[in-house]
Design a protein around this ligand. Structure first.
Ligand code: GAR
Length: 188
């Protein structure tokens, strides 16, 4: 039986798509469900193209987590990957999936983490800081934002002439290269 993994995504979903494509022929992993907190997120279109079920829940559903948990059980989900997911994961879900939820953060935690630090906000903060490198962090999810044990980090340079869009592009490249492999390593 393959391991069933749900992806949580709030926006474009390019990581979700990259992960699903990477494991397309896998016998070990299956990605039957995408969950979003945004009904109009582009990730739903990607899910449709990939023939993967996607469901969106309202913000308040992410406070108790009960309905989401029911759906995860219905799909026999074993593990969860947060790929650009911007809300806190409800405690009920964290408790139901101990050490089975991982997140990707687009910077080198513990720098540039915490509430409000997501997507381009992170890259703009990196740009403004004058740091000469940034990267990605993949970590376990606990009850606080960006705080769980770190599994993996990869770095890229920030050049003086890089815009935040340039930084975002470099970081996305690292994400596409490493995230599927780390999923394979952790959940395999
Ligand atoms: C990714 O860069 C991911 O690391 C980041 O959002 C982006 C989503 O892109 N996540 C966070 O900022 C979480 N704090 P995508 O929707 O194209 O995969």
């Amino acid at each position: 039986m393959p391991k069933n993994i749900a992806i949580f995504a709030s926006g474009s979903g390019s990581n979700a798509e990259n992960i699903i494509q990477y494991f397309k022929k896998s016998k070990e992993f299956s990605f039957p469900l995408i969950i979003s907190n945004k009904a109009d997120a582009y990730v739903h279109q990607r899910a449709k193209n990939l023939n993967v079920k996607s469901v969106s829940f309202r913000k308040q559903d992410f406070e108790t987590g009960e309905e989401i948990l029911d759906l995860l059980h219905k799909f026999k989900i074993d593990a969860i990957v947060l790929a650009g997911f911007l809300l806190k994961v409800p405690e009920s879900i964290i408790n139901a999936y101990p050490d089975q939820i991982i997140n990707i953060h687009p910077a080198l935690l513990p720098k540039f983490g915490g509430k409000g630090m997501y997507g381009n906000h992170v890259h703009k903060a990196v740009r403004a800081s004058g740091d000469t490198e940034t990267g990605i962090t993949i970590h376990f999810v606990n009850k606080r934002y960006d705080d769980g044990n770190i599994i993996f980090q990869a770095k890229c340079t920030v050049e003086p002439h890089d815009s935040y869009e340039d930084i975002a592009r470099k970081v996305h490249e690292l994400e596409y290269e490493h995230f599927p492999k780390v999923i394979e390593m952790i959940f395999g």
